[in-house]
Design a protein around this ligand. Structure first.
Ligand SMILES: [Zn+2]
Length: 334
């Protein structure tokens, strides 16, 4: 038991976080199961350290069906050199590794949604055990945290880097500075609908400078969005003074999600007809989608209205929707 009253994490790293140089290894989590009595989940990790300096903690695959982050981080892990770094870079391309291997948002082992599992538990199932290791071991090592997301199989986003409005204005300003340096085509002042249990919240409450992304979606990636991710992560490391050189900053359009009116949810299930596309501007009251009942013909579709003026920054991806699905997210150009 530690001084927090919690037992130690069952995860054993095969890397030494305090050693200089490059190490490629694993976070090994014992997972006893039918096909492997004394088996483990092996989460790939790279640590690059070169003397004293700040630590960046870089993660993808928090949700297993979002691919730009894993692409950028598997690439960074094989190309970053010790001599490029001042301080330390911890790279985990697939945080919820079982979900990433299965190509699903949540873990096939325990249905755990990593981004609703914080602070986690050392004596929980696999997903809360991973969250607990981030909460009590990895986040305390970090100065800046970049957690990549995309829309996954059910959402599609304008490509943006984001940070949250925070009570601590110095912490918030540092995060927005890194978002600007990431230089995605769009930069978002992000509002969450469901912040409890998020990795974001855990990092921010610890005082860490936390930024995230939404870089596309649909359960795949594109050349464009993968390129944005690869350029963005190096830019952030440069801006933080961890990697030599100046961030290759290009212009970004800042967007703001002012309140809950930016979200539109389906009140009926059915076949969705989008009436606007990502990046289109809409006005308050405009019909932005129709949902056709699919049980019979001759029935009028349900209309989804915008509740504010703004730009379509995210949309439901799949062609069929269920009641309660998020259909659209609007944002205001700043
Ligand atoms: Zn995600």
């Amino acid at each position: 038991m530690s001084d927090t009253g919690l037992r130690a994490s069952p995860i054993t790293p095969t890397v030494d976080f305090s050693a200089d140089g490059i190490q490629h290894g694993f976070l090994r989590l014992p997972y006893s199961r039918d096909d492997s009595a004394w088996g483990s989940v092996m989460i790939p990790i790279t640590v690059v350290r070169n003397g004293e300096g700040p630590t960046a903690l870089l993660t993808g695959g928090n949700h297993g069906d979002e691919y730009e982050g894993p692409i950028a981080l598997f690439d960074l892990a094989r190309t970053l050199k010790t001599e490029d770094v001042s301080g330390r870079v911890i790279i985990i391309p697939a945080m919820n590794y079982p979900a990433f291997v299965a190509g699903t948002r949540t873990s096939p082992i325990d249905k755990g949604n990593m981004n609703r599992s914080f602070p986690g538990r050392p004596d929980g199932t696999v997903t809360p055990k991973i969250a607990d290791y981030f909460q009590r071991v990895l986040l305390p090592l970090a100065d800046i945290v970049l957690d990549f997301h995309s829309g996954g199989k059910t959402l599609d986003f304008l490509p943006f880097c984001a940070a949250h409005i925070l009570p601590g204005k110095a912490q918030e300003a540092h995060a927005f500075d890194l978002v600007e340096a990431f230089s995605a085509p769009y930069s978002m002042k992000m509002l969450e609908i469901d912040a409890v249990g998020m990795y974001d919240t855990a990092a921010e409450e610890m005082g860490k400078v936390f930024i995230t992304t939404e870089l596309g979606g649909g359960g795949t990636s594109t050349a464009k969005t993968a390129g944005i991710a690869k350029r963005g992560v190096i830019n952030v490391l440069r801006q933080a003074g961890i990697v030599k050189g100046k961030a290759a900053v290009s212009s970004t359009q800042w967007l703001d999600m002012p309140d809950g009116d930016c979200f539109a949810f389906a009140e009926e299930g059915g076949l969705i007809e989008p009436l606007v596309d990502l990046g289109d501007t809409v006005v308050n009251g405009q019909v932005i989608a129709r949902i056709y009942p699919i049980g019979r013909t001759g029935v009028a579709p349900c209309e989804v209205h915008a509740k504010m003026d703004g730009m379509l920054s995210a949309r439901h991806f799949s062609g069929l929707v269920k009641a309660g699905d998020c259909i659209a997210v609007l944002a205001i150009a700043v």
